[in-house]
Ligand binder design. Structure first.
Ligand SMILES: [Zn+2]
Length: 591
């Protein structure tokens, strides 16, 4: 298509950064100025307006539409009233100018007397861009400094006073009623150790959160109101752990990115101790934080489960399994049998896995862990194998990195030769734009892949297996397990040396923090029947409920017969090998 056939117009870009009234008038002023200019110069003006958006980057819908039109060759010139309407960053501004230039669109800023069709205009543009950037940097810094200064001078920076306090004469003062609730909350948390438990108890005792009135300023709503509401686990946690309860103000924690708050790195926080009167002592706060950290590590619902592998056991389909008891009545009496069931199989029916008897699964796991802990050489062999597998798995990644790097270079070369083609007018602008955008998409994809590969390589290269530490932890299971009577303590012990257990037909996968083990069928004689004392004690426990069961040998504690092992496809004798599936989590010792 010939250039003349493309419809062209002059793009007027207006922008305001907030939607308050003054600025809204500013939009009208900008539009009027642009329209007057268009009339005087006989332009075909089309407006692009971004309202309530800052010019700190080019991520603005209307600007992007303008750029798309410019790339398509529709824009003859771009008009703004002031430079800072289109960009507040010098580098962005220069990029935009280059783009306009590449598509033959001239750029005019009315107030700054810039017209890029002349050399003076282009020069001015650079100078003004530099000044605009400098100015913006200084302003942002000044605002931040000012806020920090106010915080250090014990001045509240605005916003609602935190729960437990209120604003009075520019200072935060304790609200006695709310301080009482905070103390009650603390007691409850120490007793119950779950956020939900505290919320439920508080609500039951009739406590509610603080509500607040909507706030208007100059006829505009600046803050929405909020009714007093029931406590939730989240609100309890937030309020109880806030540092202001210690009298410490932490400021500059977040910044706004568009309409969402993003956390700032800790070194940018402004911490002011003794900002106001504390509600908790340092010791009370330390204790709360310690327990909160423990709670965060415990999977919520499994905390109180009577099943040993709750929270650890997964189905082959990747879903967590849960423990359940079935009650069986026979001639000899009524007793209960524990099973693990796939949550997906029983709730959604989209997994075909059968329930697995707890006695079989638990015994297999414990036995295997104990055996591993006793046999350092075997463990070392397995770990060596795992380490080798890590290294082998690195090789294809390294090769892929070479390929991808080459691909990236080729894409870059093609982009620059495309530009040469366009400069020599060997291809049309539209063709150039289309091919460029395709190449840029490719390039972005390749760059992403390269970044992923780098991360993967770095994380695998960092993995080493500490055999002695693993042995120590596994031996602890053997030594201590029997002495623990409570299933919850036993589960905690298991959690120190197991990340997860996956039950598959025919094999059980044990994810020891250092590496992954796979239990499969073993035809050999070794590792013959060796019921641990734990099993005997477990059997004893259950025997109380099932009369005259004892150590029959042919029956499992809980009444599951030996034969049924086969039915569930679980190997009777187990052999630890390195598993076939590796994931980062499996190898990461810190998990
Ligand atoms: Zn499943």
């Amino acid at each position: 298509m010939r250039r003349a056939a493309v419809e062209q117009w002059d793009a007027g870009y207006v922008r305001v950064s907030t939607d308050i009234q003054v600025e809204r008038d500013a939009v009208q002023n900008q539009i009027q100025a642009l329209e007057a200019h268009a009339l005087a110069h006989d332009l075909r003006l089309r407006l692009y307006r971004d309202e309530g958006i800052s010019a700190k980057d080019t991520d603005r819908p209307e600007l992007q539409r303008l750029l798309a039109d410019a790339r398509a060759g529709n824009v003859r010139s771009v008009l703004v009233t002031k430079l800072d309407r289109i960009s507040r960053s010098l580098s962005d501004l220069l990029d935009l100018m280059r783009l306009f230039e590449a598509h033959d669109a001239k750029f005019v800023s009315l107030r700054d007397n810039i017209d890029t069709s002349g050399p003076v205009g282009r020069f001015m543009l650079h100078i003004l861009g530099a000044i605009a950037e400098l100015e913006r940097g200084i302003t942002a810094e000044r605002v931040a400094e000012d806020m920090k200064l106010r915080a250090r001078r014990r001045k509240w920076n605005g916003g609602l006073a935190p729960y437990g306090h209120r604003m009075e004469d520019g200072r935060l003062q304790i609200v006695p009623d709310e301080a009482v609730v905070l103390q009650r909350m603390r007691e409850l948390f120490l007793q119950r150790r779950t956020w939900r438990g505290v919320a439920v108890a508080l609500n039951r005792e009739g406590f509610r959160t603080r509500g607040w009135q909507p706030e208007e300023r100059d006829g505009r709503l600046v803050r929405k109101g909020h009714e007093a509401a029931e406590w939730t686990p989240t609100s309890v946690k937030r309020v109880l752990l806030q540092l202001i309860n210690l009298g410490t103000l932490v400021y500059n924690r977040r910044r706004m990115k568009g309409k969402t708050a993003v956390a700032r790195p800790a070194e940018e926080h402004v911490v002011v101790e003794n900002f106001c009167e504390p509600i908790f002592t340092r010791e009370q706060m330390d204790e709360l934080q310690r327990i909160a950290a423990e709670v965060a590590r415990t999977p919520a619902r499994t905390a109180a489960s009577p099943h040993l592998l709750s929270g650890l056991i997964e189905c082959a389909c990747g879903t967590k399994m849960y423990g359940i008891y079935n009650y069986v009545t026979t001639k000899r009496g009524r007793y209960r049998v524990g099973y693990y069931r796939c949550r997906r199989a029983s709730h959604k029916g989209t997994c075909a896995a059968k329930q697995v008897p707890a006695a079989i699964l638990e015994r297999a796991v414990i036995e295997e862990l104990c055996r591993l802990g006793l046999d350092r050489d075997r463990l070392a062999a397995v770990a060596g194998e795992a380490q080798a597998t890590i290294e082998t798995s690195l090789q294809p990644l390294i090769e892929r990195r070479v390929d991808v790097t080459g691909e990236l270079e080729r894409t870059r070369d093609r982009l620059s030769s495309l530009l040469e083609l366009a400069e020599d007018r060997l291809i049309t602008k539209a063709e150039y734009a289309a091919r460029k955008s395709r190449l840029e998409t490719d390039q972005a994809g390749v760059e992403r892949e390269l970044a992923n590969i780098e991360v993967e390589i770095a994380s695998r290269a960092a993995m080493t297996i500490d055999i002695d530490e693993t042995v120590r932890e596994l031996r602890r299971v053997g030594d201590v397990f029997d002495s623990l009577e409570d299933v919850i303590d036993r589960r905690h012990l298991l959690a120190t040396c197991l990340n997860r257990v996956v039950a598959r037909p025919g094999e059980i996968e044990l994810h020891v923090p250092a590496f992954q083990l796979l239990m499969g069928r073993d035809e050999g004689e070794e590792g013959a029947e060796k019921v641990t004392s734990w099993l005997q004690s477990a059997a004893g426990e259950r025997a109380q409920k099932q009369p005259s069961k004892g150590q029959n040998g042919d029956k499992f504690p809980g009444g599951v017969s030996d034969r049924r092992w086969e039915n569930y496809g679980i190997p009777e004798r187990l052999d630890a090998r390195v598993g076939r599936w590796y994931t980062k989590a499996v190898f990461n010792k810190n998990l």
